[in-house]
Ligand binder design. Structure first.
Ligand code: F0G
Length: 365
């Protein structure tokens, strides 16, 4: 059966969301690789570092694990249309899974603010792809109005079934570590759903007695799109007034995340931290992950950049085992990579902000 080839549905006993497994919509997602990153570990100052590469999913991002679950529910409930607002990866995944299910899909994306590869995917998979002259947060608002008026199934990460699918990489990760539990798992933070989905996966395994403890989950944001980081610094984690977000890691260019409370809860229950990283730190980390032959998109690289900070602050020690969740494939945003390696990503003023040692590390990659 196709579902037996899916890394999500092989955990179907822990996914009680569809009645008829014959109707599951799958592209054989999950079962993603686990890579060691010895040179990145050294750069961060730790002994043991692995990456769970969610960019190796069928549409190139972790969103597939959630979309197989949510589209299966949409199909079973008889919806004809599904929709999402996106910074590019959700829309690519939704469009693909909707097409597999024979449903129509509508995508709202912020004009000029997503990577071309992602835009092309939703077109290729046949979604009605609409670019709006606003940012991601504006797209979410407009879509919210649309779904109130029409029978369209909303597939943004507020959809609970997406989180059910997105919890399964936690199961795989522990399985790949032969039922050992890492001390730390580090994820990028955008709309803040993934951190809570993974926390749920670990908590369920713990409740079932499959693992003796849960790892600390830390969330890393870009400095220009850091609402969770700022709120924890300034306001005890209470949501602040949204500000316009800006980062070249366009996947996480989000000022008003939907799953705010869930993410705060994930940090509190697991004991992890939230950090922010600069554009230069992201670019360097991305190049370092690339130089291991693994590669990822810019938003995923915040994990390594954040790890370095957490080690420097003494929150992660050299002998602790760390897993980075790489959320998207390097080919998602090839323009970024080319600009970086042609030395065109940053202005002279931005480059001048770097210390001499940072400049030489950037130059070396
Ligand atoms: N990494 C990548 C590659 C992403 O595409 C996203 C989110 C994140 C990290 C952040 O995950 O939102 O669960 O905190 N992308 C969404 C999208 C918002 O529309 O594709 P999160």
């Amino acid at each position: 059966m196709a579902i037996d080839q899916s890394g999500v549905w092989r955990f179907r006993d822990l996914l009680p969301i569809v009645d008829d497994l014959e109707k599951v919509v799958t592209l054989r997602e999950g079962n993603t690789p686990f890579y060691d990153l010895p040179r990145c570990a050294k750069a961060a100052g730790i002994d043991w570092l692995l990456a769970k590469h969610q960019g190796m999913n069928p549409t190139g991002s972790f969103k597939d694990t959630g979309m197989t679950a949510a589209l299966s529910v949409a199909a079973q409930r008889g919806f004809e249309w599904v929709a999402c607002a996106s910074t590019g990866n959700t829309s690519a995944a939704m469009a693909a899974y909707a097409a597999r299910a024979g449903l129509r899909s509508i995508v709202f994306i912020p004009e000029g603010k997503i990577a071309w590869g992602k835009l092309s995917q939703s077109m290729d998979y046949g979604a009605l792809t609409i670019q709006l002259k606003t940012d991601f947060d504006g797209c979410v608002k407009i879509l919210g109005e649309l779904v109130k008026q029409f029978p369209i199934y909303l597939l943004n990460s507020v959809n609970p079934y997406r989180l059910e699918g997105q919890k399964t990489p936690a199961f795989e990760l522990v399985e790949q570590m032969e039922w050992q539990v890492p001390e730390h798992v580090i994820v990028p933070g955008g709309n803040l759903a993934n951190s809570s989905a993974l926390a749920k996966g670990f908590a369920e395994m713990h409740e079932l007695g499959l693992i003796p403890r849960i790892p600390k989950i830390s969330i890393i944001q870009a400095e220009g799109a850091n609402p969770l980081y700022r709120s924890l610094q300034e306001n005890g984690g209470e949501q602040l007034t949204p500000v316009v977000a800006n980062t070249r890691a366009t996947a996480i260019r989000i000022g008003n995340p939907a799953s705010w409370r869930k993410a705060v809860n994930a940090l509190q229950t697991t004991g992890g931290w939230c950090e922010q990283v600069s554009e230069q730190e992201i670019a360097l980390a991305k190049a370092e992950i690339g130089a291991e032959g693994v590669g990822c998109e810019p938003a995923s690289a915040v994990t390594l950049a954040g790890l370095k900070k957490l080690v420097a602050q003494g929150k992660i020690t050299a002998e602790e085992r760390v897993v980075l969740i790489l959320t998207g494939h390097t080919l998602k945003d090839s323009a970024y990579t080319i600009e970086y390696h042609r030395n065109e990503l940053f202005s002279d003023a931005e480059k001048a902000e770097l210390s001499v040692s940072e400049q030489s590390r950037h130059a070396a990659l």
